[in-house]
Each structure stands twice: as C-alpha cells, then as structure tokens.
Design a protein around this ligand. Sequence first.
Ligand SMILES: NC(=O)c1ccc[n+]([C@@H]2O[C@H](COP(=O)([O-])OP(=O)(O)OC[C@H]3O[C@@H](n4cnc5c(N)ncnc54)[C@H](OP(=O)(O)O)[C@@H]3O)[C@@H](O)[C@H]2O)c1
Length: 262
Amino acid sequence: MKQLALITGASSGIGKALAYEAAAQQIDLILVARNGSKLIEAKIELERRFGISVDVIVKDLSNPEAAKDLYQEITSKGLQVNMLVNNAGVGLYGEFVDTPLETELSMIDLNVSSLVVLTKLFAIDMKKRGEGRIMNVASLLSYLPFPYYSVYSATKAFVLAFTETVGAELEGTGVIVTSICPGPVDTNFTTAEMLGTNAYKTNKPVEASFVAKVAIRHLLHGKGNKVIGFNNWFISNLPRVTPDSIMVKIKKSLASQVKQKE
Ligand SMILES: NC(=O)c1ccc[n+]([C@@H]2O[C@H](COP(=O)([O-])OP(=O)(O)OC[C@H]3O[C@@H](n4cnc5c(N)ncnc54)[C@H](OP(=O)(O)O)[C@@H]3O)[C@@H](O)[C@H]2O)c1
C-alpha cells in the first residue's frame, strides 16, 4: 500500500534532503514550512522526478496552535499519515545573557511544543490503526549540551528524552517512535559565527544528503535513537567516561571562537 509521510521544515537543509530520499522510496509526501515558494519548487521537482504525489502546507510552527491547525487540515482532507518526521527547528548561538529572550521562547515553541503537539495528535491515530512511524530530529547536542547553545541544547535534550519515553510507551502497538542525532550539517542553520568555533573546525559539517540517507533508512527500518556518523557516535559517548567538570571545560573550549593568530 502507498505510504504517506509528513515532513516539517522541508523547504531547505535536512528536511528537503529527507523529502528527496523519501521520494526515491516512492513515498507520497506532505511538506511543511513557512516558505511556500520553496515548498512548491520542491513539489514540482519531486513529482516530476519520482512520480509521487506531494502536498504542500505553509505553516509557522513557532505557534503550537499552528501545529494543531496543521493536523486538522490534513485529517479534514481525508489524508492518512503513515510517517511523521518532526524536523523543523532553529538554533541560536551566543551568550545566554546577551541573546534575545523572544527568539529563545519562539525556539522552544518550534523545537519542543509543536513537536509534542504533532507527535501526540498523529500518535493517537497511529495507535488506533496499529501502524505508523514517527521520527524526531534531535542533535549531537542532545547528549552534549554546549555552552553558548544553552536553550537550543536544552530543546534537543528534550527531544531525545521525549522520543525515548513515548517510544517505550508505544512499544508493541505497531507505532515506532525514533530519533536521529546529526552532528554539524552544512545547511542554513550554520551561521558564520558557528563556523568560527573550534567545534566546527575539528568536526566539519557533512552534506544534508548524507544525513538524509541514513535518516530515511532509520525511519523505515530503525528503532530507538541513531547518532549519525561514527565520529559523532564516539563524541556522544565521551560524557560516559569523562568527569562532568572536565567535559564542561572541553565543551566550552569547543564552542568558543577560534583564536586568531596575531
Ligand atoms: N545543521 C546542523 O548542523 C544540525 C545539526 C543537528 C540537528 N539539526 C536539526 O536539523 C533540523 C533541520 O535543520 P537544518 O540544519 O536543515 O536547517 P535549515 O536548513 O535552516 O532548515 C530548517 C527548516 O525548518 C523550517 N522552519 C524554521 N522555522 C520554522 C517555523 N517557524 N515554522 C515552520 N518551519 C520552520 C525552515 O523552513 P522555513 O524557513 O521555510 O520555515 C527549514 O525548512 C533542525 O531541527 C535542527 O535543529 C541541524
């Protein structure tokens, strides 16, 4: 039977790459983001190249009410979502006392609240049907909360913990809830300031298409959480064997700007 996947944040970066990977598997799509013209561009290209059907819905998910509207819009069209990918997310780099509170509250609404709304509404339907897959995009920082990414790290730690617990509750129902944790990825997410940190110098961003390949395999066949890339898996395990006080120093140094030579 034809499968239908809903991907949030599909107008660029990892979400767009996920749409292409899913389309190559002949999965029909609903793509969501704020930028309607980028979504329409993707729709035209995906339908032409892969012969699948793509619906486009423009929503600003930094308002969790919009996530509820999105669910209503989809169900009122009679569409049945077999796979939900909560990918839409934003980051912010900077010292917490200097960064704008409104930006951080809006980030929590997008990265956390809307993700919870969509997971709940679609999981209820999936559980009733006894089938479905939900994949949430977390981050390497879910394991390693970094200084200068305080609120962002916390949102991604939430995503990882939330996914694990809901996944455990739904075990045996036919609904599989997973997450992925990419390290640095070359997308619009990455600002020049981030690129100037020691972390980006030592752990170079990978292509979104590489992440999407691994992620779609995980969405279709995986269980639990997948850290993407061996180096990131290794880094994610460092806190298990390193005292907290040393770990914080390492992370602070990695998240700091590279010192320019005089
Ligand atoms: N890049 C990395 O290094 C990295 C690493 C680990 C995890 N991640 C995670 O990967 C996910 C995708 O990020 P990316 O790297 O692909 O960055 P990106 O290229 O900036 O993509 C973000 C996507 O989210 C959408 N989005 C942003 N704000 C939105 C809003 N208010 N409502 C609806 N959609 C919104 C954007 O579309 P519009 O602007 O059109 O709305 C875009 O499609 C995020 O959850 C991010 O935290 C990224």
